[in-house]
Ligand binder design. Structure first.
Ligand SMILES: Nc1ncnc2c1ncn2[C@@H]1O[C@@H]2COP(=O)(O)O[C@H]2[C@H]1O
Length: 139
């Protein structure tokens, strides 16, 4: 498997509850190298840009309000088979369906406040990472 990158962000529910450290520890113990990391907060407009692909979905406005309601911790991660392996580590979007031991099973509160995001393709990982970080190809 080639080494590649994925993008993630710890969402406001988990970042506000003091779970960032535990989640980052799980990510590192699963073999991901942290290429870039920061703590920041989105405006509702910036959240709308990030989730533009969902703009026609009924949950879009609530999602943008929620994602701008508190701090987030975006990260770029590197590992063999990063996108697919990371989605296994975080578990299903709806924590009710997430496997035992996954980040969402442990920390998510609901399908909206689901603790963490993980890119769904190499292409989106590149786009989403670029939304928060510049010049990471140097890292
Ligand atoms: N049916 C839904 N109701 C509310 N939020 C949703 C629903 N489906 C997806 N989402 C949210 O939309 C987000 C899109 O990015 P994520 O996959 O990180 O996490 C998803 C959920 O937080």
């Amino acid at each position: 498997m080639p080494t590649n990158r994925t993008f993630t962000m710890i969402k406001p529910d988990a970042a506000q509850d003091g779970n960032s450290g535990s989640i980052i520890k799980m990510i590192e113990e699963a073999g991901f190298r942290i290429v870039a990391l920061k703590r920041t907060q989105l405006t509702v407009e910036r959240a709308g840009e990030f989730y533009a692909v969902h703009s026609e979905r009924p949950f879009y406005n609530d999602l943008c309000q929620y994602m701008s309601s508190g701090p987030i911790v975006p990260m770029i991660l590197e590992k063999e088979n990063a996108v697919a392996d990371f989605r296994i580590l975080i578990g299903a979007t709806n924590p009710a369906n997430a496997d035992e031991g996954t980040i969402r099973k442990l920390f998510a509160k609901s399908i909206e406040a689901n603790a963490i995001h993980g890119s769904d393709s190499d292409e989106n990982a590149e786009i989403e990472g670029g939304f928060f970080f510049a010049h990471t190809e140097q890292f």
